[in-house]
Design a protein around this ligand. Structure first.
Ligand SMILES: Cc1ncc(COP(=O)(O)O)c(C=O)c1O
Length: 371
């Protein structure tokens, strides 16, 4: 049986009668730049994230870069982040003129350890980028007061966690609701994926929202008048139209992912070799990825491939050990939880359209390999 890691064609077949007319409306109008769908999507995402503002931009990477630029970093300014994430998290810090400072993760959730963040704060620290990895939120109840105590910006990289929430003091809080800014990606493989690149920034801060709106339009608040040098980083109107059409499905898709995850976890719990991911009980996890830890990972992945099953390693090399950050001089072994994760993790198919038979084939192949 063929079980891809992700099946976007299956999703498209179910929604093309909604998405194609939305795209065609933009094409018929020939209004591709900052069309009404962009503002429409911004309003919908602000409501979902419970923020005052949502500002579309060209990608999840730019959604990180623009608020980091808004910090006006000076050479040597430090931004603390996790090494166990997609490269963009740290690349954006570098490209905004900051120095990424990597600290270790909580091995049970793969998310940044607040204690490790606190231990890494120096007089040069300007901010924290916490990633809500794989679909569950980091420990915001510790990170928010920590950032406030030290006067630091707290950026929530929610590229993988749109619509995820976490209970703080008995109240549900959305990904992006509590930080200085939350950043979203609409990369096609995300729970809410565009038909190309796209991103969004959410914030409660009026002044920051104005600055981010300028930064995405070459730093100008009026056309041809520039207060500062910004970027061309608009959200494409065609992508906004796709996303407005897809957004009503997001909650159902994320719930289907969570159901698949629960079934995997039931099958893998107590197994000697396969360690299922842990959901922090405070979190509602949206499972952009379902990521197990296993021994003999390379052999398992080859076995799955031979059985027609897709899988992927997110992420095979911790960012503090990437060649491009060699000048930061992190030694191998310096962030052991992140390094162990990068050696053990394997993500399995968890997309909403996965059938019961397909999922059973994945479970049988994984357990069969260790039998
Ligand atoms: C955690 C994380 N941050 C940032 C990004 C960057 O988003 P994009 O690919 O839309 O630029 C991604 C997605 O790929 C991601 O997973």
């Amino acid at each position: 049986m063929n079980v891809p890691l992700l099946d976007l064609v299956a999703q498209y077949q179910g929604i093309k009668h909604e998405v194609v007319p939305a795209m065609m409306a933009v094409i018929e109008r020939q209004g591709f730049i900052m069309g009404p769908e962009v503002a429409q999507l911004e309003a919908l995402v602000a409501r979902l994230s419970r923020t005052k503002h949502a500002i579309g931009c060209a990608s999840g990477t730019d959604a990180l870069l623009l608020p980091l630029k808004a910090l006006d970093l000076k050479p040597g300014d430090e931004i603390i982040t996790t090494p166990f994430t997609f490269f963009a998290t740290a690349g954006a810090i570098h490209n905004a003129g900051g120095t990424p400072v990597f600290v270790d993760i909580d091995p049970s959730t793969f998310n940044i350890s607040p204690a490790a963040v606190e231990a890494a704060i120096t007089p040069r620290t300007r901010g924290i980028v916490a990633v809500h990895l794989f679909g569950q939120m980091a420990a915001m109840e510790e990170l928010v007061p920590l950032a406030a105590r030290h006067g630091l910006a707290l950026i929530e990289d929610a590229a993988q966690s749109i619509g995820a929430r976490r209970k703080l003091d008995g109240q549900w809080r959305m990904a992006g609701e509590l930080g200085t800014v939350g950043t979203l990606s609409f990369f096609p493989s995300k729970n809410l994926g565009a038909y190309g690149d796209g991103g969004m920034m959410v914030t409660q801060d009026d002044a920051l929202a104005d600055r981010l709106r300028r930064l995405r339009l070459h730093g100008g608040s009026r056309q041809y008048f520039h207060d500062e040098v910004g970027f061309n980083s608009r959200l494409d109107t065609l992508q906004a139209a796709v996303l407005v059409a897809k957004l009503p499905h997001l909650a159902g898709w994320s719930a289907a992912r969570a159901r698949h995850a629960a079934r995997y976890t039931q099958a893998f719990t107590g197994h000697v070799a396969v360690c299922p991911p842990r959901t922090d009980p405070a979190n509602e996890h949206i499972f952009n990825q379902y990521t197990i830890r296993v021994p003999r990972r390379g052999e398992l992945q080859a076995h799955l491939k031979a059985n027609g099953i897709g899988s992927s390693i997110y992420y095979p090399l911790s960012l503090h050990l990437q060649p491009c950050f060699a000048h930061l001089a992190y030694a191998k072994g310096s962030l052991p939880a992140s390094e162990a994760a990068s050696e053990q993790v394997l993500s399995l198919p968890v997309y909403p359209e996965l059938s019961e038979a397909q999922q059973q084939a994945v479970i049988d192949a994984v357990l069969g390999f260790y039998a």
